[in-house]
Design a protein around this ligand. Structure first.
Ligand SMILES: [Zn+2]
Ligand SMILES: [Zn+2]
Length: 250
């Protein structure tokens, strides 16, 4: 009797341990498949014209407006909602901490959900909070459109943000567009989003000769059309810089 009791105790312990090991194993395997949630993001570059995602975009009819708000409209919104422009880069360095602390400006995130910053040479990644909200909403609506088409989320590429009068002039040397009129970029209300390049999830820009997913501009342009009709923003499609220049309007 004693012996059989001991035996059943052994079996119980053995069974219990086996169960634990099995549970651990199942969880581990499951973790590999789902819990990991970080599938290997390997770069797949498609030759120009052979990208399946761009093909999906090209087969749909898009409702895109003119997107030609003139500079006066941008400036009107910028002066109403923006900061006092910085005369020099040095002045910006000095005043920036205070403006950030008081919530007058916000820094754009390095790893935002819907956009990435390009290499900003003549601008700094700061905007008034309303413009940050606008950028984020554009991104969310853009991603929703891609999702509706069954496409993965592509990052928008932000190519210019806050400039000072000094950096604006530096730009003027290379770019006649910038000097002709004052730019709304100096008010922290405007940003540029490239329409020539969108970044897939794996985060590496496509090399020359491969698809840079510029057809993603169609769903983006449709979002911008909707939002400018809603009065949220001013938009102009800039041909030279291959970007949408966008200013928050409310
Ligand atoms: Zn593509
Ligand atoms: Zn611009």
């Amino acid at each position: 009797m004693r012996r059989s009791k001991r035996l059943s105790l052994y079996f119980f312990v053995l069974g219990f341990c086996t169960c634990l090991i099995l549970i651990a194993l199942v969880r581990f395997m499951g973790g590999l498949e789902w819990g990991g949630a970080e599938p290997a993001k390997t770069a797949t570059f498609h030759k120009l014209g052979q990208c399946p995602d761009c093909k999906v975009i090209s087969t749909k009819h898009w409702q895109i407006g003119r997107l030609k708000d003139n500079n006066d409209l941008h400036l009107e919104s910028a002066r109403r909602l923006g900061i006092n422009p910085f005369p020099t880069n040095k002045a910006m360095e000095e005043e920036l901490p205070g403006l950030l602390r008081r919530g007058k400006l916000k820094e754009l995130e390095e790893d935002a959900d819907t956009y990435r910053l390009k290499n900003l040479t003549h601008s700094q990644p700061f905007l008034v909070p309303k413009a940050v909200d606008l950028l984020e909403e554009i991104g969310e609506r853009f991603h929703q459109k891609l999702k509706d088409l069954g496409l993965p989320p592509y990052y928008m590429m932000v190519s210019s943000v806050l400039r000072t009068n000094e950096s604006q002039q530096g730009l003027g040397k290379r770019n006649s567009n910038a000097t002709r009129n004052q730019s709304s970029h100096i008010y922290g209300t405007s940003f540029d989003i490239s329409y020539k390049e969108f970044l897939p999830e794996h985060g590496k820009p496509a090399p020359e000769g491969y698809c840079r997913h510029d057809l993603m501009r169609h769903p983006l342009a449709e979002v911008l059309t909707e939002m400018s009709e809603e009065g949220r923003c001013r938009v102009v499609r800039e041909v030279k810089q291959a970007c949408f220049h966008i200013t928050v309007n409310r």
